[in-house]
Design a protein around this ligand. Structure first.
Ligand code: DC
Length: 235
């Protein structure tokens, strides 16, 4: 069977990871959430006093990079891999508002991106992978056979994120979440290194008014078409 590489990029809170996880399961592919890796490095920086709202010890974080070991460990009951940092399961903590507010800053650091991109490329070297992030179709796997760029209005995305955080018991207000979504869009799209841009050969997928089941069946359909074409090409 011909396995392909699927890159899912797009703005924050567009539901990339939900779709990517379902897609990986349906195709029996590996799923990698690259945002989780940037979040884990951010958590490390917060815990070690290297970053806060007002200051940013970039050199300190770069010096510590070699001591941060990142690993995905598959959780059978959840059905996806969880993020481990230096042998600790940080899956929950990396989704907090504190990390969300600082992660874009950490993701602008060249040395951080280089380290994480190298790990991502290694994880995907055998293909059969669904990876979501911001630069997967442009930098990590420019040759990916299927590239989806997910987008939705900031208000829709903030509403989704707000509900998610409330469900987790976080103390948040909608205006703050919307501000965070818009702030991250701005930084993600304007940073110098690997900004969030649409790859020339990506399918732009606006899911503002689309339910999950509909999104999933359309994207699975895109994937199956590419996989079928690959099969025919090798015959
Ligand atoms: O997908 P997410 O919201 O968990 O991503 C968290 C942050 O990490 C986001 O603000 C942008 C950054 N990121 C990135 O720069 N490149 C990636 N491939 C994935 C995430």
């Amino acid at each position: 069977m011909e396995k392909i590489t699927i890159a899912i990029d797009g703005y924050s809170s567009t539901g990339k990871s939900t779709i990517a996880k379902q897609l990986a399961k349906a195709l029996n592919y590996i799923y990698v959430d690259t945002g989780a890796m940037y979040r884990a490095v951010t958590l490390y920086a917060i815990r070690n006093g290297l970053i806060n709202e007002d200051s940013n010890d970039e050199q300190g974080l770069i010096a510590a990079l070699d001591t941060i070991e990142l690993r995905f460990v598959y959780n059978n009951s959840l059905g996806f891999a969880e993020m481990y940092m230096n042998d600790e399961n940080v899956e929950r903590e990396i989704r907090s508002m504190a990390v969300s507010q600082l992660v874009s800053k950490v993701a602008t650091i060249d040395a951080v991106r280089k380290k994480l991109v190298a790990i991502q490329q290694k994880l995907g070297q055998e293909k059969g992978i669904v990876m979501d992030g911001r630069d997967i179709g442009t930098v990590v796997f420019p040759g990916a056979e299927l590239k989806i760029f997910m987008t939705a209005s900031p208000e829709k995305r903030a509403t989704r994120r707000y509900k998610e955080l409330l469900d987790k018991g976080e103390d948040v207000n909608y205006a703050e979440v919307l501000k965070n979504v818009e702030y991250r869009d701005y930084i993600d799209s304007h940073r110098e290194i690997s900004p969030l841009i649409i790859a020339d050969d990506a399918i732009v997928f606006d899911n503002s008014d689309m339910g999950l089941a509909d999104q999933f069946s359309r994207i699975l359909d895109f994937a199956n078409r590419v996989i079928d074409k690959q099969k025919k090409d090798v015959q």
